[in-house]
Design a protein around this ligand. Structure first.
Ligand code: FRU
Length: 495
């Protein structure tokens, strides 16, 4: 049997596995209403994000046999507007000597348009004699749906001296007629991003270390992504071993002559527990858009048991698409794409409402498991110690998630210790707000995405409350706080 027919057979088997459960999965009340999910079973990193022939394509790390991580496939979907997604046949399945292994597979990578041919570069992972072998590989498609693995794979078969066997997640782009690739790696306990170049996506030359940890930025850089923004360059990556910091960006300047990136600004793409492996792409409107996996590895079973949706045969989702913008101070902001506004339904508007301590502000008609909230709270003139939202509360408020701002500590906190009996943790970010606090919040069944500080701070977390826990309160502690203005929209499903 030819290699291509082995691949087709593996894809067919995977499709059959999904087909058996997808109808029952779609009935689960925990399913998200407007975040991207696989039709069933496991999902992790977004891969191969591209605006190709007028449509958005999203590939993703996928295990089509169980709601847990396993031999990696590439799931596939497309969209005309980044909100409504259509599932497509699985694009890649493990089938070759360089990607066929039950603890390996077709790991993360990226897509480019090579003169009309949709070309994806991915990491093949196998384990031989206990050693992990990671290589970079090419697959191409002329119809944007059916992919053929290149006969000359791997296109990069060994890591360079500067790297190690952790050698994965190629992100490819074109600069002045040359293809470039950044690959995540590590050496002597320091994470790094390695740079390659190629005339044709098939033959690659190692250029050197694009950037590396200074000793404080983690031991392995997963999913590096490198792109121009304004007159600068951004390197984004997901460091392993950097404590609570999960997605980092560096802003600096690129010298293609020497292959070096000199950065001066560091920041966090998101401060929540569940925002990992973000990947960016440029769309037809010239926007740099980023989508991430709504989980992180410390959530995995070898740290903690699987989440509450596993029993319903699915696990994992993608964040809302966000644009990446460069501020004058060199920092990045990540506003969600405006296309999401098509989801808005019933609208409630408030101006100069008072949040009185002991009396929560919002009436029950705002109750929903799918909401968008934009609020501007007046902090100046108030002696309050704390102000915040109670999200996804049960009628008796025993179940609740608290988003609070402490005016003394100048800290924004997301507390999910009482969210559902399963989730836990309190994550905080320091935030200088003195005059007003402006919040933009998206709630979707089991995801909460929060934006503050002009979208320079994002906080993304999962919670799994009962479907009936839909109440929303606005509360203050210590003194009255004025809501200068607030808009609340109930959101409809995009599926
Ligand atoms: C990031 C990651 C990547 C790898 C993929 C495997 O979440 O660990 O480094 O390619 O997931 O599924």
């Amino acid at each position: 049997m030819s290699n291509d027919s082995l691949h087709r057979e593996a894809l067919l088997k995977a499709e059959n596995s999904i087909a058996k459960v997808k109808d029952s999965v779609s009935k689960d009340l925990m399913r998200l209403k407007y975040h991207f999910m696989a039709p069933a079973y496991w999902i992790n990193d977004p891969n191969g994000l591209i605006f190709y022939k007028g449509e958005y394509h999203l590939f993703y790390q996928h295990y089509p046999y169980a709601p847990e991580w396993g031999a990696m496939h590439w799931g596939h979907a497309k969209s005309k507007d980044l909100v409504h997604w259509q599932h497509l046949p699985i694009a890649l399945a493990p089938s070759e000597s360089y990607d066929l292994h039950e603890r390996g597979g077709c790991f993360s990578g990226s897509a480019v348009d090579d003169d009309g041919i949709l070309s994806v570069l991915y990491t093949g992972t196998v384990i031989r004699d206990g050693a992990v072998i990671q290589t970079q590989n090419l697959a191409t498609s002329s119809d944007g749906i059916t992919f053929r693995k290149y006969e000359g794979n791997p296109v990069i078969s060994t890591p360079p001296e500067d790297g190690s066997s952790d050698f994965r997640d190629p992100k490819v782009w074109k600069h002045e007629n040359t293809w470039y690739m950044v690959v995540g790696s590590s050496k002597d306990g320091q994470g790094k991003a390695l740079l390659y170049k190629s005339p044709n996506l098939r033959v690659w030359d190692y250029v050197g270390v694009l950037a590396e940890s200074d000793g404080t930025m983690g031991s392995m850089w997963e999913c590096p992504d490198f792109f121009p923004l304004g007159d600068r360059y951004v390197l984004m990556f997901s460091p392993m071993g950097m404590g609570e910091r999960k997605t980092i960006y560096l802003v600096g300047d690129m010298d293609y002559e020497t292959g070096t990136f000199t950065w001066d600004t560091i920041g966090d793409v998101d401060f929540g527990y569940e925002y990992y492996a973000p990947q960016s792409f440029l769309d037809g409107k010239g926007r740099r858009i980023v989508i991430a996996w709504l989980n992180a590895w410390d959530w995995m079973p070898w740290f903690k048991n699987f989440g509450p949706t596993g029993k319903n045969n699915w696990c994992g989702a993608m964040s809302a698409p966000r644009t990446v913008e460069l501020g004058e101070d060199g920092r990045l902001s990540f506003p969600p794409v405006e296309e999401l506004q098509v989801l808005r339904r019933e609208h409630y508007h408030y101006t100069n409402a008072k949040i009185v301590p002991g009396t929560p502000l919002l009436p029950d008609y705002t109750a929903s498991d799918c909401l968008e909230i934009k609020a501007e709270l007046q902090l100046s003139g108030s002696e309050a110690e704390e102000v915040g939202f109670i999200l996804r509360a049960s009628e008796d408020r025993k179940q609740q998630t608290v988003l609070s701002y402490n005016l003394r500590k100048k800290e924004l906190t997301f507390d999910r210790n009482r969210s559902d009996g399963w989730s836990e943790g309190v994550c905080s970010v320091r935030l200088e707000a003195s005059e007003t606090l402006t919040l933009h919040i998206f709630i979707d069944t089991c995801v909460v995405e929060i934006y503050v500080d002009h979208y320079r701070v994002a906080l993304t977390n999962n919670i799994y409350p009962d479907p009936a826990s839909v109440f929303l309160d606005l509360y203050a502690v210590g003194d009255t706080v004025i809501v200068k203005s607030m808009d609340i929209w109930k959101l409809r499903s995009a599926w």
